[in-house]
Structures are given as structure tokens and as C-alpha cells.
Design a binder for this molecule. Structure first.
Ligand code: CP
Ligand code: NVA
Length: 315
């Protein structure tokens, strides 16, 4: 059965660990894995702007020996009103995987429902699961583990990053705290789904409104833009989220060796101060680099049918 990665919980805890282990191995031996040699083509489609996702998929597919087909403006493919289901059935005859950054999750679900090759979510309005794999890799590198680690996300608790921290963090056995004001709390269904995963992995999830309580003793502080792509009402959002800024004062409540994550792009002076982003606790550049390694591992794992052993170089 074709495996897709549409949301974080499409990987079981054991599978997520397998992908992250492969990502660490690939980081150590960056050019040693060539499973896409041939080359196999991977379509990478964007309905929204991107720097990190675009560069890391393009670079990573090339490093795996494959050919990236990057389409920055999907209207080039889909501007004539053709259904997603038709595009899926055209692409899957030719490419080995489809990576898509789009708006609603329903669109990528529709692509996957009609594709015989793996479909990967490169960010939707609801989830950003590739980013969370890179974040987990970064946490593991810095803290030596993910299970049992407490991660506090502050800001827009209703956005794609918050939802992916809930599902992906719970899958990794983390204790995930999401802190945001009323109106910016996670989707209740996703929170429940994450709680069910956490109950099996030994993790936990909680939605809070007090930023200081959420930061207390935490090992990882994470944040994201207060205005995601496609969202309106910037002034109102910034005013509501101001108390959730990641700054030096907030960091004092965290563990003394806590690390700070930001998926980028960052808006200094809003969700994070320049001092913290550029300071000693920030690991954002490693985090951005790990997009490359985590996604290479994910693609290899998916294309080899979820075994991680389908291609040349894996033995
Ligand atoms: N973090 C992230 O996904 O960055 P881009 O939007 O630049 O791809
Ligand atoms: N929440 C942000 C993430 C950007 C990588 C957005 O969707 O714009």
C-alpha cells in the first residue's frame, strides 16, 4: 500500500523513530545515499511562498540521485479548472513522489486519495509535518532524546505549527504545551487525537493560556509567526498575541539549558526578540538545515515502501 505523509500522525512512533534515525545517518554521510539514482523524479509543488522547503526538497532530491521538478506557481499546472484527482493520476504515472505546499488539508487528502505514489505535505493551513521532523531531529541532537522532553509552543496555537507540534510531539513521546489566548487555541479534535497518541507513548499534551506557566521548567521553547500565509487581520492578531512573545524575560522561566526553536521566517520584535533569536539558546539554523536531512530520510523511507531499504545505498 502506498504510504503518504499528510499529517504528523501518518507515521507511527516506531516509524517516526526509524525516519529520524535515517535522517541522522544521512546527515553524517550526506552524499552516501543514492536511492533515487536513475534518476527518479519528484514533483515539488507550491501554492504559497517558500524558501527553506523549496531549497531543502530541491537540494535533497538531487543528493538522493533524483530529479526535482519544482513548480512554484501551481496555476501553471492547475489554472484551467482541472480537478486535483486528474492531476494526481497524470503525475503518478511519471514521478516517484509528489510534494505539495497548499492551502486546505482537503486538497492534499484528495491528491493522496488518487495517487499511487507517496504524497508529502510541505505545509497546509492545518499542518506542517516536515518541519516537525526537522525540529525533532534538532531536539534529539541537542538534548540526546525526544521522549520525555517538554516542549512549549507560544503564540498562535491554532495554526499549522501548533497542530503539528501536538501530533508529532506526542508521537515522539514529548510533553507538549501550547500557550495562546482565547481564539488562538488548538483545534479541539486535534488536541484530542494528540492526547490519544500521547497516552500510548508516555507523552502528554495540554493547551494553556498563561505564557509564564507554560514556559516553567520547559526544555524547548518554540514559536512561529503570528500571521501565517493567507491570514488577514494582522493588527488584531499582533495585539492579541503580544503577551506570548519569546523574549529574555520569558526564557528565564525555562530550564537553564533550554533551547529555542523557530521554523522561520521570523519577525523580530513580534513573536521573538532579535536578542533571543540570535542568542546562545537559539538553534534555528540547525533546525533549518535539518529540513534537508529529515526530508531526504522521509522520501527515501516512503519511496521504499516504508522499509527504508528499497534503494541503492541502504544495503
Ligand atoms: N519553515 C519553512 O517552512 O520555511 P519556508 O516557508 O521558507 O519554506
Ligand atoms: N505558520 C506559518 C509557517 C511558515 C513556515 C505559515 O503557515 O505561514
Amino acid at each position: 500500500m502506498t504510504r503518504h505523509f499528510l499529517r504528523d500522525d501518518d507515521l507511527s512512533p516506531a516509524e517516526q523513530a526509524q525516519v529520524l534515525e535515517l535522517a541522522a545517518a544521512m546527515k553524517k554521510d550526506r552524499f552516501g545515499y543514492r536511492p533515487f539514482e536513475g534518476p527518479r523524479t519528484v514533483a515539488v509543488l507550491f501554492d504559497k511562498p517558500s524558501a527553506r522547503t523549496r531549497v531543502s526538497f530541491h537540494t535533497g532530491i538531487g543528493e538522493l540521485g533524483g530529479l526535482p521538478l519544482v513548480v512554484d506557481n501551481v496555476s501553471v499546472l492547475m489554472g484551467r479548472g482541472e480537478p486535483v484527482a486528474d492531476l494526481a493520476r497524470v503525475l503518478d504515472r511519471q514521478v516517484s513522489a509528489i510534494v505539495w505546499r497548499t492551502t486546505g488539508q482537503a486538497l492534499i487528502d484528495e491528491m493522496a486519495a488518487h495517487s499511487r505514489v507517496p504524497v508529502v505535505n510541505a505545509l497546509t493551513d492545518e499542518f506542517h509535518p516536515c518541519q516537525i521532523l526537522a525540529d525533532l531531529q534538532t531536539v534529539h541532537e541537542r538534548l540526546g532524546r525526544t521522549a520525555g522532553v517538554t516542549l512549549t509552543y507560544l503564540g498562535d496555537g491554532a495554526n499549522n505549527m501548533a497542530h503539528s507540534y501536538l501530533l508529532g510531539g506526542a508521537t515522539a513521546g514529548m510533553h507538549v504545551r501550547i500557550a495562546g489566548p482565547a481564539g488562538y487555541q488548538p483545534d479541539a479534535v486535534i488536541l484530542d487525537q494528540a492526547a490519544a497518541i500521547a497516552a500510548k507513548t508516555g507523552g502528554s499534551v495540554v493547551a494553556l493560556s498563561d505564557p509564564v506557566a507554560a514556559a516553567q521548567g520547559t526544555h524547548v521553547i518554540a514559536t512561529d509567526t503570528w500571521v501565517s500565509m493567507g491570514q488577514e487581520g494582522k493588527e488584531e492578531r499582533v495585539a492579541a498575541l503580544r503577551p506570548y512573545q519569546v523574549n529574555g524575560e520569558l526564557l528565564e522561566h525555562a530550564a537553564h539549558d533550554a533551547i529555542v526553536l523557530h521554523c522561520l521566517p521570523a519577525y523580530r520584535g513580534n513573536e521573538i526578540t532579535a536578542e533571543v533569536l540570535e542568542g546562545p539558546r537559539s538553534v534555528v539554523w540547525d533546525q533549518a538545515e535539518n529540513r534537508l536531512h529529515a526530508q531526504k530520510a522521509l522520501l527515501h523511507w516512503l519511496v521504499s515502501g516504508g522499509t527504508g531499504r528499497g534503494g541503492q545505498g541502504m544495503g
